[in-house]
Design a protein around this ligand. Structure first.
Ligand code: S3P
Length: 430
């Protein structure tokens, strides 16, 4: 589907956005592993999280979805059953990599498949540490389909992550939940910490390294989860508000976890008027309201250490950078090439359609700002989503800021993380 956007006049109002994707996936997974009934409130019901729900249903777990909550009837440490068919995981990297850790410890075989994009994403990063644990897992050229066979027993490992990745970290730690001895994952750059927070894992900081431990003692127990709104989804609305004139937006109860608010910190350094209200801790996670007002932004140097914290927000940050004073530069972000699309080339190719000079690096890009007034007046720009939800939403935001609007190809992919994006926009655009 091609979606057309006109220039908006301003943003005004309040939004309660759906639950955080990373937390929703984990809440479903941990509830399915636990013994007994768990309820998940404000669980995101997007295509990606539905892939997790469907996978656990195929593994024999009863999961009900009603208006306000997801009810998971977990069956405990030996509760998963051999599925009758291959597990198709759609577009979801988080489902695939976390589930691979769990399934490596089961006494039955499974095959994991996915859509075209997921089938191209690198799985060596989980296959290698799972092999060190003794798992029988293989992929086709280290990609999907992943074949997992039972082994007599896994062994605990100590593993230093070669790339900052919460999915790889979580995969290993979840396999570690089935072992008596402690498994340890070491990271030098902090990636999102929901697995360790939600499971209450032991974390030690030593010589600038973070060591996270899991064992059977940390096996999840049935609980109720109240999922805060997704900060990564909020980022699109935040940038749209900042860049629109006379605008103000209030976002209710958004996740403010320190390993996720890099986007807010970077935008604030760029002179964004963003404030927090009603900050509280619930289920071990910080959440609060976000109040955003129109701002004149200026580009800054983005430090390498913050990249894992803003990895999903870089496409929309680039849109903020396009309107900010000075050139926008992002480096040290090679991981972007391994997301739902190659996000470095997706962003660069789309920005080039505006007649902008873009320098593409292996690990980032630079937007050279000249003739910006001409860029804003460009006629009928037709962007490509590259079937990547975050590219579709980032360029929707840009389209709403261009004088003649813009169009997005294959826009439907927004349902991966936010099926109601258009409805939410309607309530706040004037
Ligand atoms: C996620 C981790 C990140 C992120 C993804 C969600 C998670 O991926 O990009 O959207 O929930 O663990 P990597 O771990 O591959 O960086």
């Amino acid at each position: 589907m091609i979606q057309e956007f006109n220039k908006i006049e301003k943003i005004k109002g309040k939004l309660s956005l759906p639950g955080d994707k990373s937390i929703s996936h984990r809440a479903v997974m941990f509830s399915a592993l636990a013994n007994g009934r768990s309820e998940i409130y404000n669980c995101l019901l997007s295509d990606d999280v539905l892939s997790t729900i469907d996978a656990f249903r195929s593994l024999g777990i009863r999961i009900e979805i009603d208006n306000v909550k997801v009810i998971v009837n977990g069956k405990g440490i030996n509760g998963l059953q051999k599925p009758e068919h291959e597990l198709y995981l759609g577009n979801s990297g988080t489902t695939t990599r976390l589930l691979a850790g769990i399934l490596s410890a089961q006494n039955f075989s499974t095959v994991l498949t996915g859509d075209e994009s997921l089938s191209k994403r690198p799985m060596k990063r989980i296959i290698a540490p799972l092999h060190l644990m003794g798992a029988d897992i293989s992929g086709e050229n280290d990609c999907l389909p992943l074949k997992i066979n039972p082994v007599n027993s896994l062994k605990n490992i100590e593993y230093k992550l070669p790339v900052a990745s919460a999915q790889v970290k979580s995969c290993i730690l979840l396999a570690g939940l089935f072992l008596d001895e402690k498994t340890c994952v070491i990271e030098s750059k902090v990636s999102r910490n929901h697995t360790e927070t939600m499971l209450g894992l032991e974390v030690k900081e030593e010589n600038g390294l973070r060591k996270i431990y899991s064992s059977k003692k940390n096996f999840p127990i049935a609980d109720n989860y109240f999922v805060p709104s997704d900060i990564s989804t909020a980022a699109f609305f935040i940038v749209l508000t900042l860049l629109s004139k006379n605008s103000e937006l209030h976002l209710d109860s958004v996740l403010l976890n320190e390993s996720r608010i890099g986007i807010i910190q970077v935008l604030q350094k760029m002179n964004a008027d963003i404030e927090f209200g009603n900050v509280e801790i619930m289920n071990g996670e910080k959440r609060g309201d976000i109040i955003v007002k129109s701002s004149l932004l200026k580009n800054i140097e983005i430090p390498a250490e913050i990249i894992p914290n803003i990895i999903d927000e870089i496409p929309i940050l680039a849109i903020a950078g396009l309107f900010a004073e000075g050139n926008f530069i992002i480096r040290n972000a090679k991981e972007l090439r391994h997301k739902e699309s190659d996000r470095i080339s997706s962003v660069c190719n789309n920005l080039k359609l505006l007649g902008l000079d873009i320098i593409e690096f292996d690990d980032g890009f630079e937007i050279i700002k000249k003739d910006f007034k001409k860029v804003l007046k460009k006629q009928s720009v037709h962007f490509d989503s590259y079937d990547d939800h975050r590219i579709a939403m980032a360029f929707s935001v840009l389209s709403m800021l261009l004088e003649n609007g813009g169009k997005i190809n294959n826009f439907d992919c927004v349902s991966i993380s936010n099926p109601d994006f258009l409805t939410q926009l309607k309530t706040i655009t004037r």
